[in-house]
Design a protein around this ligand. Sequence first.
Ligand SMILES: [Zn+2]
Ligand SMILES: [Zn+2]
Ligand SMILES: [Zn+2]
Length: 132
Amino acid sequence: MKNLLLSKKLRITDFRLAILDIFNRYENSISTEQIENELGKFDRITLYRTLKIFKENGIIHEITMPGNIKKLALCASQCSEHHHEHKHIHFHCNTCEEVYCVEVPAFPEIGLTGFKVENLEIQANGICQNCG
Ligand SMILES: [Zn+2]
Ligand SMILES: [Zn+2]
Ligand SMILES: [Zn+2]
């Protein structure tokens, strides 16, 4: 985890490492509330600043799903400063309410003739493997 901060040229702090550790412990995306619960005692401003820095540096990304669901998840290695590159689908399980980042080999060809697609977000919902 230290290497991740180093590779992004970010200062290593105990707090940043603690946040990364929380992301690592969860298999799926997590909410800010979950992070707050895990931390117990923390400074809210430091937390929000840290999450903002992580987002800007391609360490985590924000997921917004219908129903006002907001989650955060670790990025794949190809994300960099101010450039997120995701080839995955966000899947919301209607049973356990978890949101998964599901890697796909390629996005389906879409007929946006004349438009240059730089970001494509696909949202899906249904029943996850744990619930199915
Ligand atoms: Zn990303
Ligand atoms: Zn589920
Ligand atoms: Zn994702």
